[in-house]
Each structure stands twice: as C-alpha cells, then as structure tokens.
Design a binder for this molecule. Structure first.
Ligand SMILES: [Zn+2]
Length: 324
C-alpha cells in the first residue's frame, strides 16, 4: 500500500476550449491585444499541414485526459477535431459556432451536426446578424448555447457607436442589423429562450446591470465560464468580474480557451489564476458546475498533489493526475 499526500477529487471539466487550434501553441506573441491576436491568427493559420494539426490535437487531448479532465465543451469551426474526439476517452460536446456579418457560415455549421454530441451556437453578440442569431437560439436542442460574451470592452461600445470594433466595422464596410439593442446583454435576453441552458464565456467586462438583464429572463441554468489565462495571454488583463459573479452567487465554470491563447489546457493551472478564492469553491466550478453545464454523467477521480494543507490552497507546485 502507498500513501499519497494531497486531495482526492472528482474528474475535471474544461468548459471552454477550441481543441482544433492546438497547432497554434507558442505561435502568437502574448499580451498584444485582441486586434493583434486576431491578425496573427489569420496570418499563421495556413502555415501548418493537416498532419501537424492532427498531431497537435492528439497531444492536447492526451494531456487533458492524463490531468483528469473528463469532459470538454469544445468550439468547432470545421471537421478536423472529430476523428480525434472519436477515439478519445474524454466526453466532448462540440459547439459549431455560427458567425459572419457579410456572409454567414450557418450552412457549413449545419453540416457538422452529423458528428456526435454537436450542436449549433452563436459565436458572440457582435459577429452574427439577427436572423442567424434568432434561428440558432431557437433551434430545438436540449444542448446549451455557448456564447463568447464581454471578452473586451469594445463589445458593449459597439452598441453605442464607439470603440475599436465599431471603427473596424465602419472601415471595412460591415453593417450590423442588431444595434437597436441597448447592449449585448439585451440581445442575449431577447434571443436566448429562457428555458434553454446557456453558457456565457469570458465575462471579463460584465457589469451588475448585464447580470440583472440576463438573469431576469432565465428559468434554465446559466453558467458563467471564466478563462483567465487566455484573457491574460491575449490582452494582459486579470480576471476582474470574478468577485461580481461570486457576489451574485452565479454558477461559475472554468475553461482554458485554446492553445493559441494559452500555454496549456490544464484546468489546475487555470484555477491557480484565481488568487483568493477558496479551494473548495474552485473545485466546485471545475467539477460539478462544468459537468452540469455539459450534461456529463460519468466523472472519474483525480489526485491533486502539492496542496498547501494548512490554508487549503493550491500552490505553484500543485498538479492533478487521473486515478480513475
Ligand atoms: Zn473561445
């Protein structure tokens, strides 16, 4: 018999990932801001072979499984990740994200619905016109919607005719048919059926007013997914809304975003970014809340080592390993 100091815990859930972007590990300079990040993505995307992409996804999938991640809420833009998922022990739910202000990709997204555990979702409140938003949200599906929300201050500024997003759209001639809503939160409340589960992802600049507007309309669960290391990587910002979400007693989940904007797909590393949040609460976010959001029924067991037992905190040395 062996004795392992540490914590025994249910399997982890990565509530927001883009595993298909795993080939972009270390490809983009950190903290250059969102516009630079998007430009670098566009410039580097085509530099990789299909084999390199598949290998990178397999590595990412394996490391998530070994760390004890049982389930992943994964955004997809194409079919490349489905073969990897088919042979993975991880339970994936794939969200085919619909976007396009000039030309929408909704037809291509619908073709992806043949893959198992795949549903449609709007990408965000700033990248999709009203008709697509309406039809995707009203899709008869028990799956949650997973919408990028308030990742940058420019999302709300767009709705009042200001900010970098607004200027960029004006300069390239994109017109938006949804700016009659006072804010992104109003658009969510107007379009997402109140009885459909909803995951809002990032929430960096979410306000009390946004929370009130959204929660007033909800009867189904609403999950607030935080990806602090991605926010730091892309924009150099620390999670600001954590205390606001906690104060409102909202259901928080944790995601890594992709390896284009993170150094690993480790949920334990992600949890280390929440300084000052009690460990039992962090583990609730990363296990029960994530599993409930994705409708996962089978969770394994993990062992977390390197814990500060006196104060019940993660330390820089904390690591998780799968037991079962
Ligand atoms: Zn994302």
């Amino acid at each position: 018999m062996e004795f392992f100091p540490g914590l025994l815990c249910r399997g982890l859930v990565n509530a927001h990932c883009h595993v298909e972007l795993s080939y972009l590990l270390n490809a983009i300079e950190p903290e250059g801001g969102y516009a630079n990040f998007a430009a670098a993505m566009a410039a580097k995307r085509d530099n990789y072979t299909p084999e390199q992409r598949i290998e990178a996804m397999k590595r990412a999938d394996r490391s998530m499984w070994e760390e004890g991640i049982d389930a992943v809420g994964d955004i997809v833009n194409d079919n490349t990740s489905f073969p990897v998922k088919e042979y993975s022990p991880i339970e994936y739910h794939s969200f085919a994200e619909v976007f396009g202000l000039r030309q929408s990709n909704i037809a291509r997204c619908r073709e992806m619905l043949h893959a198992p555990h795949t549903s449609l979702t709007p990408h965000s409140t700033y990248s999709i016109q009203e008709q697509d938003m309406r039809s995707v949200c009203a899709e008869p599906s028990p799956s949650p919607l997973s919408i990028h929300f308030m990742e940058s201050p420019d999302e709300a500024l767009l709705y009042i005719g200001k900010g970098r997003l607004y200027e960029w759209y004006a300069s390239v001639g994109f017109s938006c048919d949804f700016l009659h809503y006072p804010s992104p939160a109003h658009r969510i409340a107007a379009n997402v059926p109140k009885n459909r589960p909803l995951m809002l992802v990032h929430n960096c600049y979410v306000t009390q007013q946004d929370i009130d507007i959204i929660m007033e309309h909800r009867t189904a669960p609403t999950y607030w997914v935080l990806c602090p290391r991605s926010n730091k990587y892309i924009s150099g910002i620390e999670p600001q809304s954590v205390e606001l979400l906690r104060k409102n007693r909202l259901q928080i989940c944790v995601g890594t975003d992709s390896l284009a904007s993170n150094t690993s797909l480790s949920i334990i590393e992600e949890l280390k970014a929440f300084q000052g949040v009690p460990l039992d609460e962090l583990l609730l976010w990363a296990t029960t809340n994530g599993a409930e959001a994705l409708g996962i029924k089978h969770q394994g067991w993990i062992h977390i080592s390197g814990i500060d037992h006196e104060n019940l905190r993660l330390t820089p040395q904390s690591k998780a390993h799968r037991i079962l």
